[in-house]
Design a protein around this ligand. Structure first.
Ligand SMILES: [Zn+2]
Length: 297
């Protein structure tokens, strides 16, 4: 694989990712229960606007509006046959507002289905579903893949293999962990250490954790992963814990400053790439950018 400018950047300084996308689209009119992914085709201006706002806030990289755009996940909304179209459109939107020296991640989220024996799908089926998505993202020119919010290590590895087969660009992956008395585990019972070992075995150049946890807890998960690897680690916490707010919107418990206070913890624990997940906005990312700058970014 040729040397990636992104990997060179990660070796030099902390790298800032973006924050939540779906909630930003809701502010622009996306309805509850509506597929955000189709908005890359139907409301390209709104999607482009969110990407631009994250770049303006200081993100080194933004992720495409394709979290739910694998074939299997789109099929649940009747959009499976439009997988390539939706991913190609989404990548083009993010790339159209990418400033020089910044990056676009082709975002890949979970299928929402389960592998046998818990579910009805095989690893080959998952890999084929991710392959259509990965080929479309890579074909449109994304700089790297970000497989994220994975709750099943086996599924994450299916996605890694699909991305590898699609293009010679870096493949990053983040798992989502719950905190238990025995440490951090995914929904399917994968420990943080097991995830590290599996990603290292597949030579994934950067990996980590996102969603579910607040910054303070995620910093502990990063510390646990750091004990098992020297590779770059990714941390994208939620802005606290969700609650049902007025108008049935989910509101997150951490304001800007509470979220920002956890950013140094993530860096001190060993994170090399930081960003936000649920509940974060361009304002949260702008605040994180100030903190990274004060830490020599
Ligand atoms: Zn999240």
């Amino acid at each position: 694989m040729p040397v990636s400018p992104l990997l060179e950047l990660i070796a030099r300084r902390p790298v800032l990712l973006d924050g939540a996308l779906g909630t930003e689209l809701m502010k622009r009119g996306l309805g509850h229960g509506q597929s955000p992914d189709i908005w890359s085709v139907e409301r390209p201006d709104a999607v482009r606007d969110v990407h631009r706002s994250y770049f303006e806030a200081g993100s080194d990289a933004v992720a495409t509006n394709t979290f739910g755009a694998s074939v299997l996940k789109l099929a649940a909304a009747g959009l499976g046959p439009r997988c390539a179209e939706i991913n190609g459109a989404a990548a083009a939107l993010a790339l159209s507002v990418r400033p020089a020296g910044r990056f676009v991640a082709g975002d890949i989220g979970p299928t929402g289905k389960f592998l046998k024996p818990q579910g009805e799908h095989t690893e080959d089926e998952f890999e084929a579903s991710f392959a259509v998505q990965a080929r479309a993202l890579a074909g449109a020119g994304v700089d790297f893949f970000l497989i994220e919010t994975m709750y099943d290590l086996r599924e994450a590895l299916c996605a890694v293999r699909a991305c590898r087969a699609a293009a010679e660009i870096p493949v990053f992956a983040t798992m989502t962990f719950n905190r238990t008395k025995r440490g951090f585990f995914t929904l399917m019972g994968d420990s943080a250490a097991a995830c590290v070992a599996a990603f290292e075995a597949l030579d994934v150049p950067a990996f980590g954790a996102n969603c579910t946890l607040t910054g303070a807890d995620l910093a502990e998960a990063v510390r646990e992963m750091r004990a098992h690897t020297a590779r770059p680690l990714i941390a994208q916490p939620n802005a606290g814990q969700p609650a049902i707010g007025p108008g049935e919107d989910l509101v997150y418990s951490q304001d800007l400053e509470a979220f920002a206070a956890d950013v140094p913890r993530l860096l001190d624990a060993g994170a090399n790439l930081v960003g936000g997940c649920c509940g974060t906005t361009p304002d949260y990312i702008r605040r994180a950018a100030e903190i990274l700058k004060s830490r020599g970014r």
